[in-house]
Design a protein around this ligand. Sequence first.
Ligand code: A2P
Length: 422
Amino acid sequence: MNALAPAKILKQHLIDPEICIRCNTCEETCPVDAISHDSNNYVVDASICNHCMACVPPCPTGAIDNWIKVLADKAYPLEDQFAWEALPAEQADIDAGTNEETIEDTSAAADESASSQDGFGLDGVPSTGAGSRIAPKSAAHPYVNLYTHKNPVTATVVGNYRVTGDATDSDIRHIVLDFASTSFPILEGQSIGILPPGADSSGRPYHARQYSIASPRDGERPRYNNLSITVKRVTNDYDGNPAQGICSNYLCDLKKNDTVQVIGPFGNTFLMPNHADANIIMICTGTGSAPMRAMTERCRRLSKEMAFTGRLMLFFGARTQRELPYFGPLMSLPQNFIDINLALSREHGRPKRYVQDLIKERADDVFSLLESDNTCIYVCGLKGMEEGVLEALEHAARQGGKSWPEVHARLKTQGRLHVETY
Ligand code: A2P
């Protein structure tokens, strides 16, 4: 009797459409262009994906972290994945165990996949991208994906305030959502998804849009079960042509007592250190200030009880002072609590300044903070600033006589440099 040739089995990398919030992070991160999307789903091309794992840690929801065993010649094609509303079960002949298995070499991916569920335990894994793939060592443990597209939670709007000057084009709002008796535990640096009502041109309900949380873990109002987000009303597309952002306009127009559908929380690496003598360097533009506000407010509350003694340094970029969200409250913070550096690019009669210009000007102070293992750096805002900010940090390291590649690598492997740009 002829022995059956062993079937070749592949652990196919797939994206869970039920959890994915279509933020495009995976597609941007994938170094081999294996990930693409249509108006329905993000998908992975099995013939291109080499299981390098670069896309897994940056995914805020973990939707990217799915590996299903399939017969290698029956990998799910892109057309199938585009149409899915949920991940398929494992293929029947594999479940039944009737084939001998020759598992393709995916052990590194599988190991890392398991540990990346909570964002920890990746020490020593070479990282890609500018930022860390792990949270700072003292970060509190986050909850993620408690609520998904299938079971969103209803929150009530308890506040919607404009935080930019009235006479400017920049309508940025601070929106406070209350969860009543529903548990929605969050940490500073995490985000939520909002499901805007309505459907796209093909009749599918709109996908969730992701917003960084702007309030600390104990609530916008301490000990209330609420949180805040910072939302900019989108009125132009990337090319500057008029276009109304579906979710941002929905949110900016909400009134007190309106309700919204929320999913999340998301994010397990862009988290603040959780020890009293941590230093935090925050670099942001526009609504990228949301996580910085959350962290700053957390530290401010802790410092009142002497539970935070570290240094805070903020570099914040906006067109003008009136277009800088939270300008008033920021200016009322004591100088010995936070070192504020505002980079204004279109202030009449003043030279154009970007955050990276100010980092270079403060290179000595930035370097002395960088030198301490207690210092974490957070960058959030326009994608365009990423390169300039990294160059400015390199400048600071060089000025201090250090090799930037070495400093950068240490920051990344220690979970001390976090970058979220869009
Ligand atoms: P600019 O005046 O050149 O647009 P926005 O208001 O569009 O959200 O931008 C916030 C701030 O970020 C603005 O001051 C903007 O300046 C600035 N900015 C734009 N591009 C970059 C960049 N590549 N690096 C740093 N800051 C930038």
